[in-house]
Design a protein around this ligand. Structure first.
Ligand code: SF4
Length: 412
């Protein structure tokens, strides 16, 4: 089905909310399924030099977001909890002195079990972090070993307990469809996260991404039917515990939704600093996507010289409908129709033909105020998104749609 012709976009009447993503690119060990920009720690980390580079990167970026207020900050990776609380404190002080920040801003940091202790968590909290996202993945020693994690189940439990004692809100990252995993085991992981008290759970399907060890040497994974059964069972278990399924992989008790991620999913803006970090910044008359130098050493050198950008390009009007839909249709409740125009500068009528097609296919429902994916559209998200791909994006096929983890916009 050919796409509707896309006219030029109108200037944006108002700029979207602004978030800041900070990438810290080191981990204790590289996990065999991971295609993120993360690098195994060898020897001491150049923490001070890296924080200097982040601050220099921020300084060079400020003219592009001048006068705008940060709504959320997300320090991701990699494993940011490898950094000392004093380094995170220096970073957050530098951010606060350079950009206005909402007094109620959500400030999230990622942590992996086995990289910290309770005292370290308190240090992050005292630096201003108010939400911790813990990379639990599973509470089974056997499954953790099968996916090459450095930590065991007890460390995961302790990390989550310490996080819940220390921070006002916490996310537990889980993965399912792990090598050798049964539906019962996948559900047991979710039950344990609920029992420990995690108010937000992210449950990701393990996928074999190109350029990973698992892609070259695939482990025996549950088949598609078993994985689909796990997904349904996980959703039912979380729903029964009062966790609303508000996005493809995200579940939260009331008041605990991830505001930073919600800004991505509503096509908000984010400045991305750090090695390989991606950003999206709107101006009245254009929308720009940019990325930073990817290798940590190259990034630090480039940032020190005042320009860590590797790429900056305008998002053409014809690309905007797909980019918007790729994010907004992840949301179970969908989006207000007016938001499409506010964020893209295009009237919703430019995609009327595509909307009618996915509605007819039972993938989308809408009225004059709101549109949302149906249960079928949530299940077959690629089919729902495919008609919105711009004509010239080769190949025009479902396989071309890559749905990245929401907490990690720097890993598209
Ligand atoms: S999955 Fe997480 S902990 Fe493992 S290498 Fe990737 S970023 Fe690091």
């Amino acid at each position: 089905m050919p796409s509707s012709p896309i006219p030029g976009a109108a200037p944006l009447a108002q700029l979207p909310p602004l978030s800041l993503y900070v990438h810290i690119p080191w981990c204790l060990r590289k996990c065999p399924y991971c295609d993120f920009n993360s690098h195994e720690k060898r020897g001491d980390l150049p923490e001070a030099q890296y924080v200097d580079a982040l601050i220099a990167d921020l300084d060079a970026s400020i003219p592009r977001v001048w006068g705008r207020r940060l709504q959320t900050v997300f320090i991701g990776g990699g494993t940011p909890s490898l950094f000392a609380p004093a380094s995170i404190d220096r970073l957050l002080v530098a951010i606060r002195t350079r950009l206005p920040i909402d007094p109620e801003a959500e400030i999230t940091m990622e942590a992996n079990p086995g990289t910290f202790e309770a005292e370290r968590f308190r240090g992050f909290r005292d630096a201003g972090v108010n939400r911790l996202s813990v990379g639990v993945q599973s509470f089974s020693d056997a499954r953790l070993a099968a996916i090459g994690r450095v930590h065991g189940a007890d460390e995961a439990r302790r990390a989550l307990e310490h996080a819940l004692e220390t921070f006002p809100t916490v996310n537990a990252d889980l993965m399912y469809a792990l090598p050798g995993q049964s539906v019962e085991e996948a559900v047991a992981d979710v039950r344990e996260a609920i029992a420990l008290g995690a108010p937000h759970v992210s449950a990701y399907h393990l996928t074999l991404e190109p350029d990973t060890h698992f892609h070259r040497f695939p482990p025996p994974l549950p088949d598609d039917d078993a994985a689909a059964d796990m997904q349904v069972a996980i959703e039912e278990t979380l729903a029964a515990a009062g966790h609303e399924h508000y996005e493809t992989s995200a579940f939260a008790r009331p008041g605990h939704r991830a505001r930073h991620n919600l800004n991505y999913w509503t096509f908000g803006d984010y400045l991305g600093i750090g090695a390989g970090a991606h950003g999206k910044i709107s101006f009245r008359d254009r929308i720009v996507r940019e990325s930073r130098v990817r290798k940590p050493l190259g990034y630090m050198n480039a940032a020190a010289q005042g320009d860590a950008l590797a790429e900056s390009r305008d998002v053409a009007p014809r690309e905007r409908p797909f980019e918007f839909m790729l994010n907004a249709l992840r949301l179970t409740e969908g989006f207000p129709v007016a938001l499409f125009g506010e964020r893209t500068g295009l009237p919703i009528t430019v995609i009327e033909r595509e909307l009618a097609a996915v509605e007819k296919a039972g993938l989308l429902e809408r009225d004059h105020l709101r549109m949302r994916p149906t249960a079928r559209g949530q299940r077959f998200l690629n089919d729902l998104l495919e008609p919105f791909l711009p004509d010239a994006s080769p190949p025009r096929a479902t396989a071309a749609i890559r749905i990245s983890r929401p907490d990690t916009p720097s890993h598209p």
